[in-house]
Design a protein around this ligand. Structure first.
Ligand code: GLN
Length: 258
């Protein structure tokens, strides 16, 4: 009897310590072991989108972030969401990082930190292919222009072309649909996304006009003061130097950056 009682006690002690070990593992344990939440846009081709078959997030940003994480020894998990939820969630430290073709702006820098720039972008106007009266931003006065909520395009329309009637949608596809259906005259958005959209879905239906309107650089976002900024910048530099960045760039955009 005594022996049985002892064994029972031993088993209990062992299982409690095993549980405790599990607990400290999943509840953070050492900081480097923590799985970091990387917020991303649920649809911004070809930077991030959910793959139709697997449901997995794919794209340039996704590959880049995975390469950075591998280089820096960080465990990450993507959390796709509407674009306008990313900056507020970084500000309140709900996400550890955010990658979403997010332009580095002075306004955003007031509430979050950014990595070094990783992609040069800019805004461009899209119109129906047979449109002949809109050739640039100077022709947008009085016109209906669609774009996406919470983006630099929405700000641009508000601040630089207030004479245009801007309509913003949470998903850019809605903005493009409005353009295809002729319910708006133009769409203003990031050039690489519009170019990709035309190439894959709207050849001969939508065209780009005018020049790229602003130079914008994409950066990875962090809560203010995050110690991940330095680690990510270091890893970004390494993968730029060792050819990994170029490989990823080529996969999604065809040609190497100059
Ligand atoms: N580059 C734009 C911005 O930062 C749009 C990004 C996006 O829609 N994912 O506002």
């Amino acid at each position: 009897m005594k022996k049985k009682g002892f064994i029972l006690l031993l088993v209990m002690i062992l299982s409690i310590s095993a549980l405790a070990a599990c607990g400290s593992d999943s509840a953070g344990g050492k900081k480097e072991d923590k799985t970091l939440i990387v917020a991303t846009d649920n649809s911004f081709v070809p930077f991030e989108y959910s793959d139709k078959d697997s449901g997995e997030m794919k794209g340039f940003d996704i590959d880049l972030m995975k390469a950075i994480a591998k280089e820096a020894g960080l465990k990450i998990k993507f959390k796709p969401m509407k674009f306008d939820g990313i900056v507020p969630g970084l500000k309140s430290k709900r996400w550890d990082m955010g990658i979403a073709g997010m332009s580095i702006t002075d306004e955003r820098k007031k509430s979050i930190d950014f990595s070094d720039p990783y992609y040069e972008s800019g805004l461009i106007i899209g119109v129906q292919a047979d449109n002949t009266d809109i050739k640039g931003s100077e022709d947008l006065a009085g016109k209906k222009v669609s774009t996406k909520t919470g983006t630099t395009s929405q700000d641009y329309l508000k601040n630089k072309i207030p004479e245009a009637k801007s309509v913003a949608f949470p998903e850019i596809n809605q903005a493009y649909q409005e353009l295809s259906a002729g319910r708006v005259d133009a769409t203003l958005y990031d050039m690489p996304n519009l170019a990709y959209y035309i190439k894959t879905k709207a050849k001969g239906k939508i065209k780009m006009v005018g020049k790229k309107m602003t130079a914008e650089s994409y950066g990875i976002g962090f809560p203010k003061g995050s110690d991940l900024v330095g680690k990510v910048n270091k890893a970004l530099k390494t993968i730029r130097d060792n050819g990994t960045y170029d490989k990823i760039y080529k996969k999604w955009f065809g040609e190497k950056p100059e």
